[in-house]
Design a protein around this ligand. Structure first.
Ligand SMILES: C[S@@+](CC[C@H](N)C(=O)[O-])C[C@H]1O[C@@H](n2cnc3c(N)ncnc32)[C@H](O)[C@@H]1O
Length: 270
């Protein structure tokens, strides 16, 4: 992972929430929220919460007496999340780095994290921190994307951009969001941090959009891929998005499009 891969700021939060979240994050948010709520937690921490897709799914399922602390490294993502959530006295919004959580030990029943672990530069440190803030026997629920080839639109956009920038292809999607999919490694990282009873389930879903342009805009303008394109050639963002859209149209058609997405869902006990 490059240091710049974790910079979710500028126009990314809005484009991320508008395009990326419905395209690939909502189905997995419903799944993770369901699993977290089924544990009937009274104290929940979310890390790497982004623009709040889990909070919107999980808060309505928690008990009236529950507390829910929603955190992210990037304040602009968290601001966007808070602006989309109706007032809820159970929720505290707080900027926090997963590698140095600003909470007392043994505070939470559940820690959840959707598609954030791939961004942690030191996953062992993040997992140790997660274990520390969980009560003994508490649950860590998170998910990570499977390899990019199992996530068709992300792979198609990456290949399209490689045609435009053959000497220095923007590889953000393959490198980071799809760069931590080895389930044996994930299990080992968790066990080394002191977690037990690690269960990993691979789950596929469909990503749907009203046109091929939508996934092109989502990936090129609503992720850190945007910064990579602009760094290579300022002013080429629209042309790069158009090229990705035309490659997607050739492969998936010009009307509604749908393709496979796949992730690993992990539950570990502290
Ligand atoms: C792909 S987004 C996922 C956001 C959200 N969970 C969702 O499902 O839409 C990854 C998130 O990780 C956050 N992030 C990156 N590095 C982090 C760190 N060290 N600690 C906490 N959050 C981090 C980013 O700001 C971003 O919001």
């Amino acid at each position: 992972m490059l240091e710049s891969d974790k910079l979710f700021a500028g126009s990314i939060p809005e484009n991320y929430d508008r395009y990326m979240v419905p395209l690939i994050f909502e189905p997995f948010a419903a799944d993770l929220a369901q699993r977290a709520a089924a544990l009937s937690p009274s104290a929940v921490l979310e890390i790497a919460a982004g623009t709040g897709v889990i909070a919107r799914a999980l808060a309505p399922k928690l008990s009236p007496a529950a507390s829910y602390v929603v955190t992210d490294l990037n304040q602009p993502m968290l601001d966007y999340a808070a602006s989309r959530q109706a007032h809820d006295g159970r929720i505290t919004w707080r900027q926090a780095d997963a590698l140095a959580l600003p909470f007392d030990s043994a505070t939470f029943d559940v820690v959840c994290c959707q598609f954030g672990a791939m961004f942690f530069p030191d996953r062992s440190a993040a997992y140790r921190e997660t274990k520390r803030v969980l009560k003994p026997g508490g649950h860590f629920l998170f998910n990570v994307w499977d390899r990019i080839e199992e996530n068709v639109f992300a792979d198609d956009v990456t290949n399209a951009l490689a045609q435009l920038f053959p000497n220095d292809p923007p590889r953000f999607l393959a490198r980071t969001p799809h760069g931590y999919h080895d389930t044996a490694l994930i299990r080992r990282d968790l066990e080394r941090a002191g977690f037990s009873l690690v269960a990993i389930e691979t789950k596929a879903a469909q990503s749907r959009a009203s046109s091929p342009r939508l996934p092109a805009v989502a990936f090129c303008q609503g992720t850190v891929l945007r910064n990579e394109i602009e760094a290579r050639e300022p002013g080429k963002l629209e042309a790069a998005t158009d090229h990705a859209a035309s490659v997607l149209a050739q492969k998936h058609g010009t009307g509604e499009v749908a393709a496979k997405i796949q992730a690993h869902v992990i539950v570990a006990v502290a």
